[in-house]
Design a protein around this ligand. Structure first.
Ligand code: GAR
Length: 192
């Protein structure tokens, strides 16, 4: 990604499927003067995503795409992003896998946050699997999105300890707290 030279913030879309705590945090970050990005669009595959409320609150344009037909959905999303002049995409709890063709259109310009210390525990149910495997550490990773699931170049990672008291729920909460710090830090790292 080119470094930021002008004063203009990079027009960014955030993709969500769930409660949107990362989205909320990225919106907050985007409003500070030092943020390299502005959030102009919020996209979801479901109208049940609670995070869509943050779009209403912050008056950011949001759009829901029906994923019954993935190809069609992705084409519609691409059209919408083009119309809105979006140059960068942050996935924040987006539970659909983007196709190779889609990623190619935003090559090197899509990042994701994942709740594990990648390359460990790609995919779902990360905390449960980490505890079952008696891991000593958990964490989160911000990485570039490539056609291979959860495998693109790592931008930043944060490690935390798993204690004997942890269960998947407590661990998810602890990791999420770190995610909220890690995502803005990763965005800064990319552009500055
Ligand atoms: C976060 O923990 C994020 O890392 C995870 O979903 C959660 C979304 O929370 N993402 C993935 O599992 C992607 N494979 P949020 O909606 O509160 O930001």
């Amino acid at each position: 990604m080119e470094k930021l030279t002008g004063l203009k913030k990079i027009k960014t879309a955030v993709f969500i499927s769930g409660k949107g705590s990362n989205l909320k945090n990225i919106i907050r970050f985007s409003k500070i003067k030092k943020s390299p990005i502005s959030i102009n669009v919020i996209i979801s595959n479901t109208n049940k995503a609670r995070g869509l409320n943050f779009a209403n609150q912050s008056k950011i344009s949001k759009k829901i795409f029906d994923y019954k037909n993935v190809n069609f959905a992705e084409n519609q999303i691409l059209k919408f992003l083009k119309k809105k002049k979006i140059k960068f995409i942050c996935l924040a709890g987006f539970m659909k896998i983007l196709s190779k063709g889609f990623i190619k259109k935003f090559d090197g310009k899509i990042i994701n946050i994942h709740p594990s210390l990648l390359p460990k525990y790609k995919g779902l149910d990360t905390h449960n699997r980490a505890i079952k495997n008696k891991e000593k550490f958990a964490g989160c990773t911000v990485h570039y999105v490539t056609a291979k699931l959860d495998s693109g170049k790592i931008i930043l990672q944060k490690k935390i300890k798993i204690t004997s008291k942890d269960n998947p729920k407590t661990l998810a909460k602890k990791v999420l707290k770190q995610e909220h710090k890690l995502y803005p830090a990763a965005i800064k790292k990319i552009f500055y």
